[in-house]
Design a protein around this ligand. Structure first.
Ligand code: MG
Length: 253
């Protein structure tokens, strides 16, 4: 009985292999798109969230010389702490990938929007909220990692007060025509502590506390702003990459 089973199995496998061999030999040529691509540039990715080789380093723990108003903030042990006013990058950015690390105060003071509040404003006008949202109820589209007053994060990935957290933002700047009309809105993807909390979210316009979101025409590139909301939020390891456009290839002749 066993022998018959083995013979049947061998015959069965033999049939499959033969069929594959025949089909394999009849297979058409490999598909090629005909597009000639440029070679993707080589980038040293760094380690442990340190800047990749093609990043613009905005804060490496030394000073805030890349920022307008940076002299007002306290810098100690490689950490910058919000003090006195917000700061703005001297360089302007449009489409970009931004990495930023922050920590809300370990000693909890205040509640809701008054507890560990700051914010990352792309182009100085589109805020990804920074807030101590660990066991700190507030309106959902104003909690940590919200696109302020537009969209709550998909999940609350906040760490405890005082613990270091990361944002990795992928931002596509809006486009306006010559008459200042919006041609394409801004989009943003946000990872909070490595967790996806916005996936290609369509930004509805400038974020504001006291008015609805609205677009008004602006330059292709503008500074990044870190908000002063009166709370001593700490920052470290901030870098941005502008090399985010897809490569374009050419159809071969
Ligand atoms: Mg804020």
């Amino acid at each position: 009985m066993k022998t018959i089973a083995y013979v049947s199995m061998a015959t069965f496998l033999g049939t499959i292999l033969t069929a594959n061999w025949v089909v394999g030999n009849l297979r058409p040529d490999e598909y090629k798109s005909g597009i000639v691509w440029p070679s993707p540039p080589e980038v040293d990715p760094g380690s442990s969230n340190q800047p990749p080789s093609d990043a613009v380093v905005l804060f490496d723990g030394t000073d805030l010389s890349q920022w307008q108003g940076g002299e007002r903030w306290k810098i100690e042990d490689g950490i910058a702490t919000v003090q006195g006013s917000g700061i703005l990058t001297k360089q302007s950015f449009g489409d970009c990938q931004l990495h930023i690390e922050f920590a809300t105060p370990k000693i909890v003071k205040g509640k809701g929007q008054g507890r560990g509040n700051s914010g990352v404003y792309l182009m100085g006008r589109y805020e990804v909220q920074i807030l101590d949202s660990f066991d700190n109820p507030t309106y959902f589209d104003g909690q940590c990692a919200a696109i302020y007053k537009q969209q709550p994060p998909t999940v609350n990935a906040s760490r405890k007060p005082g613990e270091w957290q990361t944002y990795d933002l992928i931002f596509e700047a809006p486009e306006f025509d010559d008459q200042g009309k919006l041609v394409q809105p801004a989009f943003i993807t946000v990872l909070h502590n490595g967790i996806l909390v916005h996936h290609h979210f369509e930004i509805q316009g400038s974020t504001s506390w006291d008015s609805p979101a609205a677009y008004s025409a602006h330059a292709d590139k503008l500074p990044i702003h870190l908000q002063n909301h009166g709370n001593p939020i700490r920052f470290r390891n901030i870098w941005v990459r502008e090399n985010v456009q897809p490569l374009s290839g050419k159809k071969s002749e």
